[in-house]
Design a protein. Structure first.
Length: 640
């Protein structure tokens, strides 16, 4: 068995990698002998650790598929053969082996490599991903596109066990069996997605490890019962039932896949021949691998959740006295922490509160709630559509469900949001995390559109708090509202506003004037408020904290329109259909004629980089806001 070398820290210097140097692209990799592959895998793992230490990013999943990545590019004719990765967290080794090794230090930085597969980045990235559970559908489409070609092409989807819980996966599996497409699905079973896997399918996979008991009973029973035909017939029927209970392939065989596994996915000596044989087969096939997330890096193996992704490893500067102060200074809470604390506080007041998350317990700040109120906490796995509809069912029976969900993942449950919640005017509160740009994770994870797609839904109220305390108070406000309510807040920390422990319901649809000035009024929606206030202080403009996108504060708009020459709307959301559009729609409907400058995210998918850099590139930092307003003022008739 191939045993990866064990590491307990990130290498500080680039490691010596003689075989990796010989294989910068898969064509060169395939020139190596098979007995050289274990050394190559070891070099790849060490180089991956070095790269992540330099740039930060996801790497726990990648460490677990080092051997699989080597084996696939060794046996497949990539990029002619189509290799589709699910989610993308596991693709760093793939990037290193496909000509991007020297650019890995730019990972997730502006103008650098994406943290996910990206078609524009490399011909080896056959499908752009970021949301889970899409790989089988995409690989099936590729297989059907090349059906009947000679020589035939391979179509391979690599999907994790956490992603297998989504309904889209089973739609794809069902269709693949019907078409008899020539494709291979590789199930990377590391028993861990980002959060711990939950649900019936996760339990089903866990039964694999009990199969030794079944085998022992089966062999012992054969010896005894084979001499008693009636008893043996009963035992045989019982055996078939037991197979369905413990045999991991039963589910996939019934769906029409040729199932092999589980085998050790970190052992090249078994992985290579198994993959080679399966690639010679035709039709739908599924290879079940058992891997270890964080394989070869002791801290990641011990804490796969904590080491799912890491920040850049910075060396402490012992020469700066301020470092000690920085370590001792209390950290500002993240918005997810504010949500988590509010959730616990609200649950203590109201026993009808039920919290739901689609596999984002840690990311949504729900760990404490899950520990304090386990009977009122539901992680439904990667199943956003189900999360919303089960909340609707709870609301039908008088419970008060709170759905914690990332903005980008709520997109996947839009039909359920409209049909199952809003149409029936059900009392469901949505805590929408990662609203706006998310920095290094890029456009697949950005919450660029939620204000646009939420405010057009009848019965909903939509809130955009500007700081930490307002987030807590608007969560309470939305919870008290008897109907569907959405509160959107960004990733990371806020300006440091003091958070009031007492909760109060704010007036629905009412904003507040934060600063009075002349000529220009900035109508701010959300957490761009600090930049708006700085620009207003410099140029003597008015600033309103609108708080509500729906219903919008019409009286406040009327007042500002009557006393200013220009209204400026500001939001970290797509301009098209966003909060600024709500303002202009109201002005048009009420017959008011006043210039409006809408500032927000442009009509592009904003790439990855530091959040502050992205805001500046979109003109949403202080300088960008000032420049845009001054340009618009210069064009007004009163300025000639």
């Amino acid at each position: 068995m191939t045993k990866p070398r064990q590491y307990d820290r990130f290498p500080e210097q680039r490691p010596e990698t003689p075989l990796l140097d010989q294989a910068p692209v898969p064509e060169a990799l395939r020139q190596l002998s098979e007995d050289q592959l274990p050394q190559l895998a070891d070099e790849l793992r060490e180089h991956l650790l070095y790269c992540v230490g330099q740039s930060g990013g996801h790497f726990g999943a990648g460490l677990g598929v080092v051997e699989l990545t080597v084996a696939l590019h060794y046996l497949l004719d990539t990029p002619r053969d189509k290799l589709v990765w699910d989610v993308g967290h596991q693709t760093y080794p793939h990037k290193i082996l496909t000509g991007r090794r020297d650019a890995m230090h730019t990972m997730r930085q502006a103008d650098g490599l994406s943290g996910f597969p990206k078609r524009k980045e490399s011909e080896y990235d056959t499908f752009g991903v970021g949301h889970s559970s899409t790989s089988i559908s995409a690989a099936l489409g590729m297989a059907l596109a090349h059906k009947g070609e000679e020589p035939p092409r391979q179509s391979v989807a690599v999907i994790g066990d956490g992603a297998m819980t989504a309904g889209m996966v089973f739609e794809a599996l069902n269709h693949a069996a019907e078409t008899e497409a020539n494709m291979l699905v590789i199930l990377n079973d590391n028993q861990m997605s980002i959060s711990k896997n939950t649900g019936g399918l996760a339990t089903y996979f866990s039964k694999i490890w009990a199969s030794k008991t079944y085998i022992h009973l089966r062999e012992g029973s054969k010896k005894v019962l084979s001499k008693i035909p009636p008893a043996w017939e009963l035992a045989a029927r019982t055996e078939e039932h037991m197979k369905g209970m413990v045999a991991p392939g039963t589910l996939f065989e019934e769906l029409g896949f040729n199932y092999i596994g589980p085998i050790d996915g970190n052992d090249l000596s078994s992985l290579i021949p198994t993959l080679r044989n399966m690639l010679l087969m035709k039709g739908p096939r599924l290879l079940h691998l058992s891997t270890i997330k964080g394989k070869g890096f002791a801290p990641a193996e011990a804490d796969p959740v904590g080491y799912h992704a890491v920040n850049k490893i910075e060396k402490p500067d012992t020469n700066k006295a301020s470092n000690l102060d920085a370590v001792q200074a209390p950290k500002k809470p993240k918005y997810q922490d504010i949500f988590g604390q509010w959730l616990c506080d609200m649950a203590a007041q109201d026993e009808s509160l039920i919290a739901i998350t689609p596999a984002m317990c840690e990311g949504s700040g729900m760990v404490n709630f899950a520990e304090q109120y386990p009977e009122r906490y539901h992680d439904v796995a990667i199943a956003e559509q189900h999360a919303v509809t089960v909340a609707a069912g709870l609301a039908c029976e008088g419970k008060k469900p709170v759905v914690a969900i990332y903005s980008t993942f709520l997109q996947r449950a839009y039909d359920q949001l409209i049909h199952d919640v809003a149409l029936q005017d059900l009392d469901v509160t949505f805590g929408i995390d990662r609203a706006g740009l998310v920095g290094e994770d890029g456009p697949t994870h950005a919450g660029s559109f939620d204000l646009s797609f939420l405010r057009c839904i009848p019965n909903m109220i939509v809130m955009a708090p500007s700081d930490e305390n307002e987030t807590r108070q608007l969560l309470y406000t939305g919870y008290q509202f008897k109907g569907p309510a959405a509160i959107r807040y960004p990733r990371g920390t806020g300006p440091g506003t003091v958070i009031e422990e007492d909760m109060q319901a704010l007036p629905i649809g009412k904003g507040v004037l934060k600063r009075s000035g002349s000529r220009v009024a900035i109508l701010n929606f959300g957490t761009l408020m600090p930049a708006a206030l700085r620009a207003a202080e410099k140029l003597n403009f008015s600033v309103a904290d609108m708080r509500f996108v729906k219903p919008i504060d019409e009286a406040l708009i009327d007042s500002l329109a009557a006393s200013h020459d220009l209204l400026v709307t500001l939001e970290e959301n797509s301009i098209q259909g966003g909060a600024g559009s709500a303002v202009t729609e109201y002005l048009n409907q009420s017959g008011q004629v006043i210039p409006v400058l809408q500032l927000g995210l442009p009509d592009i998918f904003v790439d990855h980089g530091k959040h502050s850099e992205l805001l500046a590139a979109c003109g949403l930092d202080q300088d960008g806001i000032e420049q845009a307003i001054n340009q618009r003022l210069a064009s007004l008739p009163s300025n000639g």
